[in-house]
Write a protein that binds this ligand. Structure first.
Ligand SMILES: [Zn+2]
Length: 222
C-alpha cells in the first residue's frame, strides 16, 4: 500500500431501507477504511453505560432526538482517532444542515468529502421495511441474504413494529428532515446519487464508480 494515498472521506445518505448500511460496510472493507456509524457508537455507549451513553438513552427514551451538539461531539472524537486518518465511511451522520456544516470544518484540510446519496422509490422502501427481519438474540438488522444472524448466528424474526403505516410515517419524517441536507450537498462536484433499487452487487459497483468519478472531480477543482 502507498502510504501517501490521499484520504478517502465518504458520507452515505439515504432513507432507512435504502441499503446504505450494507454498502457502507462493503466500501469500508474493500477500501480499508473505518466504517463510522453514529447508531453503533450510541448503542455501544448505552451498553457500556458511559456518561454520554446514559444521557443519550434518557433522551431517546423521552422520545427526543439527540441534539446536534452531542452528535457533532461524538463524530469529532471519532474522526480524531488514528485509524480515521486514511479516511472514513460515515453512516447515519450528518442528519441536519448544522451537522453537515460542522463536518465540513472537521474534514477541512483532510481531503475532499465525497457524498453518496442512495435513492430508492418510496413504495419499494415501504415494502422492504415492512418485511425487514432482525436477530432475535442481538437485535442486528438482517441483510437480505442472511438465513440466520450474520453477527451471532441467532434466529431471524420479523420486526413487530414495522406495520405499513408506521413505516410510511417514519419515511415521511426522515425525508422531511433530510431534504435540506441533500440540497446542501447536491450542487457540489463530489456529490453523487446512486440508484439503490438494484441488486446489491450492482449497487456496490456503482458506488465504486461514483467514488472514482467524484474523486477526479475533486482533483480537477483544486
Ligand atoms: Zn445476532
Amino acid at each position: 500500500m502507498n502510504g501517501a494515498r490521499p484520504a478517502l472521506n465518504v458520507i452515505m445518505l439515504g432513507p432507512p431501507g435504502a441499503g446504505k448500511g450494507t454498502q457502507a460496510e462493503r466500501l469500508a472493507r474493500t477500501r480499508g477504511l473505518p466504517k463510522i456509524s453514529t447508531g453503533d457508537i450510541l448503542r455501544e455507549a448505552v451498553q457500556a453505560g458511559t456518561e454520554m451513553g446514559l444521557a443519550a438513552k434518557a433522551t431517546m427514551e423521552a422520545g427526543n432526538l439527540i441534539s446536534d451538539d452531542v452528535m457533532i461531539g461524538i463524530v469529532r472524537d471519532r474522526l480524531n482517532r488514528e485509524d480515521a486518518r486514511v479516511g472514513f465511511v460515515l453512516d447515519g451522520f450528518p442528519r441536519t444542515v448544522a451537522q453537515a456544516a460542522a463536518l465540513d470544518e472537521m474534514v477541512n484540510g483532510r481531503g475532499p468529502l465525497i457524498v453518496l446519496a442512495m435513492v430508492v422509490p418510496e413504495d419499494i422502501l415501504v415494502r422492504r421495511l415492512a418485511t425487514r427481519r432482525i436477530c432475535s438474540k442481538c437485535g442486528a438488522t438482517a441483510a437480505v441474504d442472511w438465513n440466520v444472524c450474520g453477527k451471532c448466528g441467532g434466529a431471524l424474526i420479523a420486526r413487530v413494529d414495522d406495520s405499513i403505516d408506521i413505516v410510511r410515517e417514519r419515511l415521511k419524517i426522515y425525508l422531511r428532515q433530510t431534504d435540506p441536507l441533500v440540497n446542501f450537498y447536491s450542487t457540489r462536484g463530489t456529490f453523487r446519487a446512486i440508484d439503490g433499487n438494484q441488486r446489491p452487487d450492482i449497487v456496490t459497483a456503482q458506488v465504486d464508480a461514483a467514488i472514482t468519478a467524484a474523486t477526479s472531480a475533486a482533483g480537477a477543482a483544486q
